[in-house]
Design a protein around this ligand. Structure first.
Ligand code: HEC
Ligand code: HEC
Length: 397
């Protein structure tokens, strides 16, 4: 009888702490460590393509984690529910799937319960930080790898030029190509740069192991047979822009950027392909298939308003192409050309350059120089749009 009583009170002693609220240690082990150990991406990746992950804020023990987060001012022991790490986790995109909403809530609940419990523990509050937590790359790299920034770069470098491909690749214009080649020719999503970028990524038209071997580049340059023939030349401006985006995207998803210095420089000019066509006649036949560039300036002004480059067709002594309108990145004009790609009628000057030695084709990183310059031609035009109504000038002699 007595033995049973003793056993009974012993059991009571053992059971009691388990039945009460969990300790911070238990919360850490049951709810935070699994995030640390999980190979699955956290809610941060909805906005950050790389550079930050929730697991970077967790170290193997709660003592080390608490001390490190405290030192980074990610935890506020006076107002634990206002801790900065909780703000980071709570940040949600405008629209998100139910699955990611649930995941975010789980992460938030776990961190919140742990921080509330741990903040009450004087021993934890006094632990010295021995290891560092948080991202290992600088803020510039984190910013560069944000999804909204990546989309902006896609718009600047690729979307602004896909007008060149739209006749055969945009679903509003390519019924004939779809009938012959199937739905996969429609890789442009109408008026939707984000969806187009996602499509190119998901269908591996962008190659993140070897950006130069992306279909987006190999096809239009006819390096692998292209139903549309040669639409870009290796080394021309559109090619360079596509390659710039493909390379940068690959570096971002492969976590290649470690310092701010490694990030690519942003061009201080934006461009937008237009429906305006431009033609140069009387081009020397000897330059057949060389890359010719036209830069357009308003008469008496030194800032270019449009540009285009493409191969010369020697047998007909001819060069023609769409113009891409250009403007300084932060100008009002930059926003204007995105909406309406037009030029005002008036007096203009065309400056012509030719890549006589195929330098640009051999090295897509190379740039145009003074040596490529041929000469300039003044002209007057109303800039009517359309292939049938090109503005035509004569090659300078
Ligand atoms: C809804 C989108 C979104 C989510 C989700 C998101 N972030 Fe951010 N994050 C941003 C934006 C936008 C900025 C830059 C602007 C700012 O700091 O307010 C940023 C900035 C940061 C910075 C500072 C870098 C700088 O620009 O100074 C860090 C660190 C960071 N986030 C970590 C995280 C972590 C960790 C998570 C997941 C727990 C996360 N973020 C989730 C959008 C998000
Ligand atoms: C005159 C029509 C035409 C134009 C303009 C054109 N293409 Fe194409 N393209 C095709 C046809 C037809 C196919 C399907 C046959 C093939 O795969 O070559 C194709 C296929 C492709 C594919 C493979 C798509 C897939 O997944 O099946 C890519 C990538 C591509 N083109 C890129 C471009 C780019 C980039 C441009 C603009 C710079 C462009 N094309 C301009 C006709 C065109």
């Amino acid at each position: 009888m007595r033995a049973v009583l003793i056993l009974g009170s012993y059991l009571l002693l053992v059971i009691q702490p388990v039945a009460s609220a969990q300790t911070s240690e238990e919360i850490f082990e049951k709810r935070l460590l699994p995030i640390f150990q999980s190979p699955k991406p956290s809610s941060c990746t909805e906005c950050h393509l790389s550079g930050v992950e929730l697991k970077q804020y967790i170290l193997p023990t709660q003592e080390a984690t608490f001390a490190a987060l405290l030192k980074m001012k990610m935890i506020d022991t006076e107002h634990p529910e206002k801790s900065k790490i909780l703000e980071f986790i709570a940040r949600a995109p405008d629209s998100e799937s139910l699955v990611s909403k649930k995941m975010r809530q789980q992460e938030l609940d776990a961190f919140k319960s742990w921080i509330l419990a741990a903040s009450k523990d004087p021993e934890l509050r006094n632990t010295k930080a021995t290891a560092k937590a948080g991202p290992t790359v600088p803020d510039e790299v984190i910013r560069h790898a944000r999804k909204d920034r990546v989309l902006q770069s896609f718009v600047d470098n690729v979307w602004s030029e896909v007008g060149r491909c739209a006749a055969c690749h945009s679903p509003d214009r390519n019924q004939k190509q779809v009938k012959e080649h199937g739905d996969s020719v429609s890789w442009i999503m109408l008026d939707a740069p984000q969806a187009t970028m996602n499509y190119l990524i998901e269908n591996e038209i962008l190659n993140t192991d070897n950006p130069e071997k992306s279909y987006l580049l190999l096809k239009p340059t006819n390096q692998i047979e292209h139903g549309g023939g040669v639409k870009l030349k290796v080394g021309d401006r559109t090619y360079k822009q596509f390659l710039k985006f493909a390379t940068d995207y690959a570096h971002i998803v492969n976590d290649d950027y470690k310092t701010a210095e490694m990030l690519p420089e942003q061009s201080n000019e934006v461009s937008q392909v237009s429906e305006i066509w431009f033609k140069v006649t009387g081009v020397p036949e000897k330059y057949h298939q060389k890359l010719l560039k036209v830069d357009i300036y308003r008469a008496g002004n030194d800032r270019r308003v449009a540009t285009a480059d493409r191969q010369i067709f020697g047998p007909k002594q001819l060069w023609q192409n769409h113009l891409s309108l250009t403007a300084p990145r932060d100008s009002k004009r930059a926003q204007e050309i995105r909406r309406i790609a037009k030029l005002p009628p008036g007096e203009y000057v065309a400056r012509i350059s030719i890549d006589k030695t195929d330098r640009l084709e051999r090295n897509p990183d190379a740039d145009w120089t003074e040596d490529d310059y041929i000469g300039q031609v003044p002209f007057r035009t109303d800039w009517p749009p359309g292939y049938g109504r090109m503005t035509v000038i004569e090659y300078p002699h």
